[in-house]
Design a protein around this ligand. Structure first.
Ligand code: 1GP
Length: 227
């Protein structure tokens, strides 16, 4: 079963285990309902809590929707999830996030039998303050005004056989991915395109869909409205 398909617009809600307690899941899901999500993503670039399994189980129980891990490192693997974005940070030049963390995670993933979705992860941005993901991965994002560099990176991921490309401005980004950039990547790519970071309303989500995103990820807007 393939979770993502090109042209099939779906919303994913991102839950960061460090920002959401298990007892807050019900309220968060209520807030997310108006966006009619198809999946929940769980993960974060820096996690200091240890309730990942409980959180995944609770989200599945409350929603009945697939829960897909979006791990910031090799420790963020739960056997209870339906799938895992097996990410490689293609926009960076830090081998630890291109292949190092993946090698560390592989034996446990194999043991759990969890489905992996090979994902070319591309960070876009750079004008605002340093984001957590930039700091943790010690990598530079691609500037949004360099669309051909972003496209070449996405193509490289596609040519390496990745099943999807995730364009991310980073959680809580002040500037979301520009529509023109989404369009440029989407119309030149054959694999599904995931877009997230800094999207703050249904209108902004719909604009991302219109620009060519297949999956739009919403995190901060749901977290903030559920508090
Ligand atoms: C971050 O794309 C996700 O990796 C979601 O970002 O929290 O800004 O919605 P937000």
């Amino acid at each position: 079963m393939s979770f993502f398909t090109k042209g099939n617009k779906k919303t994913a809600i991102l839950i960061d285990p460090d920002k959401t307690h298990v007892h807050e899941v019900v309220s968060l899901i209520e807030q997310a309902a108006e966006y009619e999500p198809s999946y929940y993503l769980v993960g974060g670039s820096f996690i200091s809590t240890n309730h990942l399994d409980e959180l995944v189980v609770e989200i599945k129980k409350q929603t009945g929707l697939p829960v897909i891990l979006f791990p910031g490192d090799h420790a963020q693997v739960s056997p209870h999830a339906d799938a895992l974005l097996f990410l490689s940070l293609l926009s960076g030049r830090n081998p630890e996030y291109l292949i190092g963390q993946q090698v560390k995670a592989a034996p446990f993933i194999k043991k759990t039998g969890i489905k992996t979705i090979s994902t070319g992860y591309i960070l876009i941005g750079g004008r605002g303050p340093v984001t957590t993901v930039q700091y943790i991965t010690q990598s530079l994002p691609i500037p949004p005004e360099k669309p051909d560099l972003a496209l070449a990176t996405a193509w490289a991921g596609e040519m390496m056989g990745m099943e999807c490309i995730y364009l991310d401005a980073g959680s809580g980004a002040q500037e979301k991915i520009p529509s023109e950039l989404i369009q440029h990547i989407s119309r030149n790519l054959t694999v599904p395109l995931i877009v997230g970071g800094g999207i703050r309303s249904i209108e902004e989500r719909d604009l991302a869909f219109k620009s060519g995103a297949d999956i739009v990820v919403l995190g901060t807007i749901i977290e903030e409205s559920s508090k």
